[in-house]
Design a protein around this ligand. Structure first.
Ligand SMILES: [Fe+2]
Length: 255
């Protein structure tokens, strides 16, 4: 049984700690800073064995070196970022099967937000660490890749089962929900019920993460590029899937 802890970091980042009580290994996903990770590990009495990075942005890797210096842990990072993430022990590629503290993990190459971005999937636990590719009711901005690349990356995530729990890199959910409300939903009752739940969590200062992929498939506008009813509702039924994704992404960029 792997335990997962959520740490709030920087202004709106999430850092995830995974602990396997059987083999005593502990991993961190995207430590944007070191001190909240160290604080939690000391409170729990855990020793860090592995760091996993999804992409090279400083708010995801900023704590790497301090944690390596303190714990002598192994760093796993995307091969595509080999010139931008240093001191890595194991660079990984799309489709690689890797060990994540005793669980079989899989690497998905998901370029778009950055050109080297990857996600980590653990099928046995039904969890996905999506970094800045997929957010709740949103997706990452296209900084380095193309709209087509990002849409193809989201396709890979769409292929995962509905009961996959997604752990993403940021708490952007409330502003994403506001953007969703500016669109026309053919299933707005479902959206409103979800937003009510999100608002209640935020009022209590709780994370809106993790979230089920199945609900995102129905509500996230960036995953609905093949959903003809949603496209008709927004009067963009003539656009193909890449054009549809680009249309929503550009609307959000200017929202
Ligand atoms: Fe990022």
């Amino acid at each position: 049984m792997t335990q997962i802890e959520i740490i709030k970091a920087l202004s709106d980042n999430y850092i995830y700690i995974l602990h396997n009580p059987i083999n005593k290994q502990t991993a961190v996903i995207d430590p944007g800073e070191a001190h909240p990770v160290i604080d939690l590990l000391e409170k729990k009495g855990w020793k860090l064995s592995h760091i996993f990075n999804t992409h090279h942005h400083e708010d995801h890797i900023g704590g790497n070196q301090k944690l390596i210096d303190k714990y002598n842990c192994k760093l796993i990072a995307p091969k595509y970022d080999q010139n931008r993430i240093h001191n890595c022990d194991h660079y990984v590629l799309d489709g690689d099967e890797i060990d994540i503290i005793g669980n079989k993990g899989q690497v998905f190459y998901t370029p778009g937000h950055t050109i080297g971005h990857i996600c980590y999937y653990i099928e046995s636990l039904k969890i996905l660490f999506s970094g800045d590719t997929l957010f709740r009711l949103g997706c990452g901005r296209i900084f380095e890749g193309t709209f087509e690349q990002m849409k193809d990356s989201l396709d890979k995530i769409l292929n995962l089962p509905d009961d996959t729990l997604v752990y993403c890199g940021h708490e952007y959910t409330m502003s994403n929900a506001n953007f969703c409300k500016s669109l026309v939903y053919n299933n707005d009752e479902e959206l409103d019920a979800s937003i009510l739940e999100i608002r209640n969590l935020r009022d209590e200062e709780k994370p809106t993460i993790p979230f089920f992929l199945g609900q995102e498939k129905k509500l996230n506008p960036f995953l609905r590029y093949n959903d003809i009813n949603f496209k008709i509702a927004n009067n963009i039924q003539k656009l193909n899937s890449v054009e549809t994704f680009k249309y929503f992404r550009k609307l959000k960029d200017n929202y």
